[in-house]
Write a protein that binds this ligand. Sequence first.
Ligand code: ATP
Length: 234
Amino acid sequence: MSTVEVAGLRVVRGGRVVLDGLDLTIGPGVTGLLGPSGCGKSTLLRSIVGVQRVAGGTVTVLGAPAGSAALRDRVGYQTQSSSVYDDLTVLENLRFFARVLGIGPAAADEAAASVDLGGHRDAVVGRLSGGQRSRVGLAVALLGSPELLVLDEPTVGLDPVLRRDLWALFHRIATAGTAVLVSSHVMDEAERCDDLLLMREGRIIAQGAPSAIKQRQGAPDIETAFLALVEGAE
Ligand SMILES: Nc1ncnc2c1ncn2[C@@H]1O[C@H](COP(=O)(O)OP(=O)(O)OP(=O)(O)O)[C@@H](O)[C@H]1O
């Protein structure tokens, strides 16, 4: 069974067709959703998490319709805007969100440890570095040990070293059994994914392992492959 199955997904936002009949599947490991700003990545992720009104098609997550009550604890989601409280400590934030989810406080310690913030548990979030703050958001999404983790541009604005560390963390989480779906508009992050979805103007223009996509296009890197796919479609 695929982790996510999308068939004929159509989404209209503000009177404009944003997703136009998407078909795709997502399996285990780290899947990257890559495409230029405004191509519809966030809208697709919102549809998978079940917070987007859809005009047509189906989105099935872990065997259930996206957004259904059965998926509440099984899918973690980190949006682009941080939802953590700057004036609370790492642990206070995690305990608060654990309560919202209806899970015990022990999960807060576990989540902090799983993103290597155990040593900063009592630090006020507003005084953490950018990389540490994004890991707090990740820890919130990991509360309840989800089977699918959906991350909307988690590396945006981070320096290369922090980005590399965060991608290593995504792989660690995936190895531990949680499928990870990460969006990015930075094409050089493509190489860090097990599987890729390349998106443009509301459509998936390629799906597969980075090496397979490059080979199919005879391209040295994913950016070149992406441009070749765009030119081929025009
Ligand atoms: N609340 C909204 N109402 C109407 N249109 C919207 C809304 N949010 C986004 N859109 C439009 O939907 C399209 C896709 O946006 P979306 O945020 O999914 O793209 P994205 O690829 O995630 O972009 P970015 O990387 O900039 O976040 C854009 O044209 C955007 O203007």
